[in-house]
Write a protein that binds this ligand. Structure first.
Ligand code: NAD
Ligand code: UDP
Length: 322
């Protein structure tokens, strides 16, 4: 049986990856310090003999017993609101944390895949963004703690590949959504659905003309799975190119939820990217991958999940680090 370590396993993406690898017959070792994640996302895995959990901060030395065929490094706060509240931990997990995991991969001769992001393109001057674009990032702006740590992550990962011959994979993930997103993590989709369910107005930042391209989580997981098993070491964009303005997205959530509330505007956060759309030519060619789930289908499945949350979860606006 192959053994895979997934960091950030109690988070949104990590928990879905764990489910997929268990389904494929792997032994999954999950690691998380629960800073933005929740054990609820993986509680169904604890009863399985193919799953183990380490409660650990990967920015500190990482030790795992036994062999590891693969490592997937997904630990990192991912929402702008989260990483503004914990900027130093955010910088550390993608720099020191990545270094620790590359060291572990080298020691165990494992293949490692790191979770990078469309944020490496910053507020892009090229549209849509392909992997050859170097980006437009403000290193000292509020988002710099996330963007620059992820850029460092890519650099050190390539260096381990080049200098140590380590088998590495880099996925650049574009905005992804689905069940298990934290309702209060501040990202557009959980913010809008939470507001609709609580009977509050939906807060669009700026005039809402900024765009994003939202990918359903199952499509993303498929792309990551294929990339891990491929022999391609350069970055690959995984995302859904179906681009929409944030105002139109809020309108879609109003229709989906049937709320009587309206859109209100709030100031646009500093350095908020104006447009974002993945060019997925490379993923199509190398992985024979493209997204299959359209937004209306994906949003319905996501809404069904959020409707199952308890009143307490719906009204709890704080998180443990807040
Ligand atoms: P999330 O906040 O739901 O999950 C992150 C998990 O990592 C949490 O469980 C958290 O507790 C854990 N974690 C954070 N710091 C840690 C540390 N030092 N040690 C151990 N565990 C730690 O976020 P997510 O959306 O699941 O994102 C997962 C990864 O994917 C991140 O690396 C993120 O940068 C990347 N990503 C996500 C998206 C997206 O749209 N969801 C887009 C681009 C990139
Ligand atoms: N946004 C918004 N209202 C909210 C939360 C987010 O209008 O309550 C906007 C945000 O300014 C950005 C877009 O929605 O332009 C996507 O934000 P998110 O935090 O989901 O992810 P980002 O792509 O910015 O990392």
């Amino acid at each position: 049986m192959k053994r895979v370590l997934i960091t950030g396993v109690a988070g949104f993406l990590g928990s879905h990856l764990a489910d997929r690898f268990i389904k494929e017959g792997y032994m999954v070792v999950g690691m998380d310090n629960l800073i933005t994640g929740d054990l609820k996302n993986i509680e169904h895995l604890f009863k399985l003999k193919d799953f183990e959990f380490y409660h650990h901060d990967v920015s500190k030395y990482v030790a795992v017993h036994g062999t590891l065929d693969y490592i997937l490094h997904f630990a990192s706060p991912a929402s702008p609101i989260d990483y503004l509240k914990i900027p130093i931990q955010t910088l550390k997990v993608s720099s020191l944390g990545t270094h620790n995991l590359l060291g572990l991969a080298k020691a165990k001769s494992s293949r490692i895949l790191v979770a990078s992001t469309s944020e490496v393109y910053g507020d892009p001057l090229v549209h849509p963004q392909n992997e050859d674009y170097w980006g437009n990032v403000n290193p000292i702006g509020p988002r710099g703690v996330y963007d620059e740590a992820k850029r460092f992550q890519e650099a050190i990962t390539m260096a381990y590949h080049t200098y140590h011959g380590l088998e590495t994979r880099i996925v650049r993930i574009f905005n992804t959504y689905g069940p298990r997103m934290r309702l209060n993590d501040g990202r557009a989709l959980p913010a809008f659905i939470g507001q609709a369910l609580r009977g509050e107005d939906l807060t669009v930042f700026g005039d809402g003309s900024q765009t994003r391209s939202f990918c359903y989580v199952d499509d993303l997981v498929e792309g990551i799975y294929r990339l891990l098993l491929s022999d391609y070491q350069y970055p690959v964009n995984i995302g859904n190119p179906d681009e929409i303005s944030i105002r139109d997205f809020a309108e879609e959530i109003i229709k989906l939820t049937g709320t009587k509330q309206k859109i209100i505007t709030k100031p646009l956060p500093k350095d908020d990217p104006k447009q974002r759309q993945p060019d997925i030519t490379r993923a199509k060619k190398i992985l024979n991958w493209e997204p299959k789930i359209n937004r209306s289908e994906g949003l319905k499945m996501t809404f069904e999940y959020f409707k199952t949350l308890t009143k307490e979860e719906l009204y709890n606006s704080a998180h443990r680090f807040a």
